[in-house]
Design a protein around this ligand. Structure first.
Ligand code: FEO
Length: 383
C-alpha cells in the first residue's frame, strides 16, 4: 500500500529468465497492479497469467469482502492483460474500462468482456472521492495504451512508461540502470510518442508515478526519473563516452577492440564501455549505444558480409531509431575485408550518423603496422 486509497496488488516473477522471450532478466520481473478505493473500487490492470492465482489472491485480500466495480486495462500486452479473463470469471459484474482499440485487442486475444466502458483522451470516471482522468498514450508501447491521472492523489498510472526490469525491490539504489535498458529496448523506437506524453504530463501536478513494472516513483526518485526520461525520449546524450562494440570470430577482432578501448582510456575519454556482441547482453549494448554520444564498431568479415551478431546489433539500432551519434569503424578480414563497407551502408540508413575517418582495416589480426591507424582512429574519436 502506498496511500490510504491506493493499494499495491502486483506480483513479482523472480523465475522469469527472458522478458518478451528475448531480454535477460538477472533479477526477474514484476507486473504491477493497483486497487483504487473511492466510494467505488477500480482495479488498475491485471498481470501476466504466470502470476494469475497470486494476483487474484492479492486482489481478494485487498478487497476485504468488497467487490470491484471496474478493471481499467491500460495496455493489452499479455504481461498486463493476461489475467483479465480470470478477473471477469471471478467478478462478472465488474465493468472493464479500456480504449476502443484495447477492446479490439481483447477480442483478438480471446477475452470476452460484456460489461464494458470505452474511454478516450480527456474522459473522466469518478469513483467517488477519486477521479480517473484518462490520457491517450499511443505507442507506449502499443497503440491502444492509455494512462490515468488521479488528481486527488497526484498520481499518474503510466502504463509501461517509467517501467524497469527486475522484481519490485530489485536495484533499489539504482533505478536508472535497468530502467534505461528497459526503455531503449521496449520503448526506444517510439521516442516521438513518449515525448508527446511527457509534454502532456508536464502540465499535471504529479507527485507519484505508478508504472506497470518496477517501483512506484515518488519523492526522492521522481525528479531524476523524469529528467532521464526527457533525455531518453528525445534521443539526447546522457553520458559523454564511447561504446566499443565488437563481433569477433576467433578473438582477433576482440583483441583489436580491447587495444582501441585502452587507447581511448589513455586519452582521457570520460567513459569507455566495451561489449562482445556475440556473448554479452544485446539489450545492454543497445542501452549503452543510446546512452553515450560515440561508438566504435569492430567487426569480422564473414561470408562476404558482417558477422551475424553485428548484423543483429545494427538491425536493432536501426529499428530503435538510433540517431545523432558519432561512429568509428574497425574491420577485419583475412582475404577480402568487407565489414567496413557494409557497416557504413547500414549506418547511412540511420538519421544524422557521423562516420569517423579513418576506417581501420586489419588482416586476420592486429599487427604493429596497424597501430598508427588505430591511434589515428582513437584521436579522431576524441575530437
Ligand atoms: Fe509491460 Fe508492453 O508490456
Amino acid at each position: 500500500m502506498y496511500s490510504d486509497k491506493i493499494k499495491y496488488i502486483g506480483c513479482d516473477d523472480a523465475d522469469l529468465e527472458l522478458f518478451e522471450s528475448q531480454y535477460d532478466l538477472p533479477e526477474g520481473m514484476c507486473y504491477n497492479s493497483y486497487l483504487l478505493q473511492g466510494e467505488k473500487i477500480a482495479v488498475m490492470d491485471s498481470v501476466d497469467p504466470r502470476k494469475q492465482e497470486e494476483w487474484l489472491a492479492n486482489l481478494k485480500q485487498a478487497l476485504n469482502g468488497r467487490k470491484p466495480d471496474y478493471l481499467v486495462a491500460h495496455h493489452m500486452e499479455p504481461d498486463h492483460s493476461g489475467s483479465i479473463r480470470a478477473f471477469i470469471k471471478a467478478y462478472p459484474e465488474a465493468t472493464i474500462v479500456a480504449s476502443k482499440q484495447a477492446f479490439m485487442f481483447m477480442t483478438q486475444f480471446g477475452i470476452e468482456a460484456t460489461n464494458t466502458l470505452i474511454i478516450k483522451e480527456g474522459d473522466e470516471l469518478s469513483l467517488g472521492g477519486l477521479t480517473l482522468q484518462f490520457i491517450a498514450a499511443p505507442m507506449i508501447h502499443w497503440p491502444e495504451v492509455m494512462m490515468t491521472y488521479v488528481p486527488e492523489e497526484k498520481t499518474l498510472f503510466s502504463a509501461d512508461a517509467f517501467g524497469k526490469f527486475g522484481v519490485y525491490h530489485a536495484d533499489e539504489d539504482d533505478w536508472a540502470c535497468e530502467a534505461r535498458r528497459y526503455y531503449f529496448n521496449i520503448c526506444g523506437r517510439f521516442g516521438q510518442f513518449v515525448t508527446k506524453v511527457m509534454d502532456k504530463a508536464a502540465k499535471l501536478d504529479i507527485q507519484t508515478i505508478a508504472p506497470l513494472h518496477g517501483p512506484v516513483l515518488d519523492a526522492g526518485k521522481l525528479e531524476e526519473a523524469v529528467r532521464l526520461y526527457n533525455i531518453w525520449c528525445r534521443y539526447d546524450v546522457e553520458t559523454e563516452g564511447v561504446l566499443v562494440a565488437y563481433a569477433s570470430i576467433h578473438g582477433n577482432t576482440a583483441h583489436a577492440a580491447e587495444v582501441l578501448a585502452e587507447m581511448l582510456r589513455k586519452r582521457g575519454c570520460p567513459k569507455v564501455a566495451i561489449t562482445d556482441l556475440s556473448r554479452d547482453d544485446m539489450g545492454e549494448a543497445i542501452e549503452d549505444a543510446f546512452r553515450m554520444n560515440k561508438m566504435v564498431l569492430c567487426c569480422a568479415t564473414y561470408d562476404m558480409d558482417i558477422f551475424p551478431s553485428m548484423h543483429l546489433f545494427l538491425h536493432e539500432l536501426w529499428q530503435k531509431q538510433y540517431q545523432r551519434r558519432t561512429v568509428g569503424i574497425l574491420e577485419n578480414g583475412s582475404w577480402s575485408p568487407q565489414a567496413g563497407r557494409i557497416i557504413k551502408a547500414q549506418l547511412e540508413q540511420m538519421k544524422d550518423i557521423t562516420i569517423v575517418e579513418p576506417v581501420v582495416t586489419i588482416k586476420s589480426s592486429l599487427h604493429d603496422a596497424d597501430l598508427p591507424a588505430l591511434e589515428a582512429l582513437a584521436d579522431a574519436m576524441m575530437q
